[in-house]
Design a protein around this ligand. Structure first.
Ligand SMILES: C[C@H](C(=O)O)C(=O)SCCNC(=O)CCNC(=O)[C@H](O)C(C)(C)COP(=O)(O)OP(=O)(O)OC[C@H]1O[C@@H](n2cnc3c(N)ncnc32)[C@H](O)[C@@H]1OP(=O)(O)O
Length: 559
């Protein structure tokens, strides 16, 4: 020290602080000997400029400006200053009529997009009157067997103004066909229709389970949709490549990003191999991520995923259209973190998770309802979940500047760390021959199971606190009011299907299914023939049965 002015460099001062602090912890130890997040990334005591952006050049390379490559700070130049994310609550139960009522209620309450939950029979391509459907009709979502149900579901919903997401995978082409036929009946041109189908079969094999066909024909169905929509339904998001379910199955945040992007690479490869031009279909690929509990890790995850996708599309696939490089994603708060105990605590969890999604730059958001660990949400709890988003958008100030946590020493360091670890997985999966191979061998499944097991152990040992479950428990609380699905629905749907089958014109129906079979056996695009089958009142079960006959069914190995 000379004249009171320190001559120590920043680094020396920092090292000095580290030494002094470490010495102090000898007397008063920190809560844990090591702070590791769920992805096994060590969390330092302190982050400084040394861990973050190093220079203006480094900033331009790694962060860039919003709306510009590599999109770390967001895909839109103005983000929420121009338009909030779409508030898109996942909803559906019972009959098409009941779900239509819920849809219209949510829109009246200020929701800005729709998202459809289908029941299990619909998701695996069985009609409501199939023996496999008994006991499941309308349970986890709405029951849709034919265009008649779809017409009711979308009654008085203006399809040229409201965008609709449909969580449908193996039979995605059938539900998309139904949606387009309803639009046609409403007089809305397909050019004006917008929405998303999940259509992500690879994660069904890995984590979610509603597959029908083996990988090869499934990839064909998906590629056919990319191709058809690029020409006929240009505003339709043809796939929602989902890390959400991978995370719900117990993966880490790093695995969620890595496996999702590995699956996305497989879809792009399948489509380019089928002769599609990358910049024709890539702008309509979309993503779906989980917003879990670790606030900063989640924000970093979204930012890392965006940067990685931009690099993958530019460097690996040579995409030129900026829209092909932009990772656009929907987020849902983590269902697996909701607890049946003390359900009001879930409102707090959901708020924190939703904040992470917003600070991570999501395009669309579902906030879970407080009672979802117990049943499908009641109207009141669905409204509260929507209000949570509205409060974040309109009251919190989170939306007034772009990427408010950009430049945070910690968030930037964590973004880099997540990215580095996710690339390691992607390289490993490339080495196995890609995502389809990795899934067939059970690699992703085993990695997820290992992470899920570790979490469960940590919770059971009390190392990971779940408020109200393994700490801060209370005596039993009163049961909240729950939504119950009409137990008579299966019978009612069976009756209406019998009526449809007896009233529809026989010949067009027969011809449409014969044409579908012929096309499935050949190589033509399946979308136009599925649409014709829907127009001829073929049901989802009938269409999927034709495809089952030609394609066979997927039987998973046990991992
Ligand atoms: C758990 C459960 C289960 O397992 O069953 C599930 O799966 S539930 C799964 C539920 N899944 C979902 O709900 C998936 C939802 N996904 C989507 O909505 C989509 O795929 C999405 C993520 C791309 C979001 O699409 P979106 O239409 O809501 O939002 P977008 O961001 O595309 O915005 C709509 C239009 O506004 C434009 N726009 C947006 N923000 C700005 C801005 N700041 N400045 C200028 N323009 C803007 C966009 O470019 C776009 O126009 P243009 O189009 O012209 O560019």
């Amino acid at each position: 020290m000379e004249g009171g002015v320190s001559t120590m460099s920043f680094e020396e001062k920092l090292n000095d602080w580290q030494r002094r602090t470490a010495a102090a912890t000898d007397k008063r130890p920190e809560r844990k000997s090591e702070f590791l997040n769920h992805s096994d990334i060590p969390i330092q005591r302190l982050y400084t400029s040394q861990d973050s952006v190093q220079s203006e050049e480094d900033y331009l390379q790694r962060l860039g400006f919003p709306g510009e490559y590599p999109y770390t700070r967001g895909i839109q130049p103005t983000m929420y200053r121009t338009r909030y994310w779409t508030m898109r609550q996942y909803a559906g139960f019972g009959s098409a009529e009941e779900t239509n009522t819920r849809f219209r209620y949510l829109l009246e309450q200020g929701q800005t997009g729709l998202s459809t939950a289908f029941d299990l029979p619909t998701q695996i391509g069985y009609d409501a009157d199939h023996p496999m459907s008994v006991g499941e009709v309308g349970k986890v979502g709405v029951s849709i067997s034919s265009i008649v149900d779809m017409d009711t579901l979308l009654n008085q919903i203006p399809l040229d103004r409201v965008s609709t997401s449909m969580t449908i995978n193996a039979p995605a082409s059938v539900l998309l066909a139904m949606y387009l036929v309803v639009a046609e009946r409403q007089g809305v041109p397909w050019q004006k229709v917008s929405g998303t189908i999940q259509n992500d079969i690879l994660k069904e094999y890995v984590a979610r389970g509603t597959y029908i066909f083996p990988p090869k024909p499934s990839m064909r169905l998906i590629t056919d949709i990319f191709d058809f929509c690029a020409r006929e339904v240009p505003n339709w998001n043809t796939i929602s490549i989902s890390g959400y379910h991978i995370r719900e199955a117990g993966s880490t945040a790093v695995q969620e990003v890595a496996f999702t992007l590995a699956n996305a690479i497989a879809y792009v490869e399948a489509a380019t191999k089928a002769g599609l031009q990358i910049d024709n279909f890539a702008p309509r690929l979309s993503f779906f991520f989980n917003a879990h509990n670790d606030f900063f890790e989640e924000i970093a995850k979204f930012r890392a995923a965006r940067r990685m996708w931009a690099k993958i599309m530019k460097e690996r696939f040579g995409a030129k259209n900026p829209r092909s490089l932009q990772l656009r994603f929907h987020t849902q708060t983590a269902g697996s973190t909701l607890t049946a105990q003390q359900p009001d605590n879930n409102v707090v969890r959901v708020t924190v998770q939703a904040m992470a999604a917003v600070l991570g730059g999501t395009q669309s958001l579902h906030t879970n309802s407080r009672d979802e660990a117990l049943a499908l949400p009641t109207e009141a709890s669905a409204r509260l979940a929507l209000r949570t988003q509205q409060i974040l958008a309109h009251e919190s100030g989170l939306t007034d500047t772009i990427d408010p946590l950009g430049g945070s020493y910690y968030v930037e360091a964590l973004t880099d760390a997540l990215e580095a670890k996710a690339w390691q997985y992607i390289e490993y999966i490339d080495g196995l021959g890609g995502a389809v191979e990795a899934i067939t061998e059970g690699y992703m499944q085993q990695e997820i199971h290992r992470a899920a097991y570790d979490t469960q152990q940590a919770i059971e040992r009390g190392q990971q606190v779940v408020v109200g479950v393994n700490q801060f428990t209370t005596a039993r609380e009163p049961e909240p009011e729950l939504l119950r699905v009409d137990p008579q629905l299966g019978r009612k749907q069976t009756e209406s299907l019998a009526k449809l089958r007896s009233e529809r014109p026989v010949e067009p129906h027969r011809r449409a299914l014969a044409k579908l079979k012929e096309t499935a056996e050949g190589t033509g695009n399946l979308m136009p023939v599925v649409i014709d089958a829907v127009r001829a009142y073929a049901t989802i079960g009938e269409i999927c049965d034709v495809l089952r006959d030609v394609f066979g069914e997927y039987r998973p190995s046990v991992f």
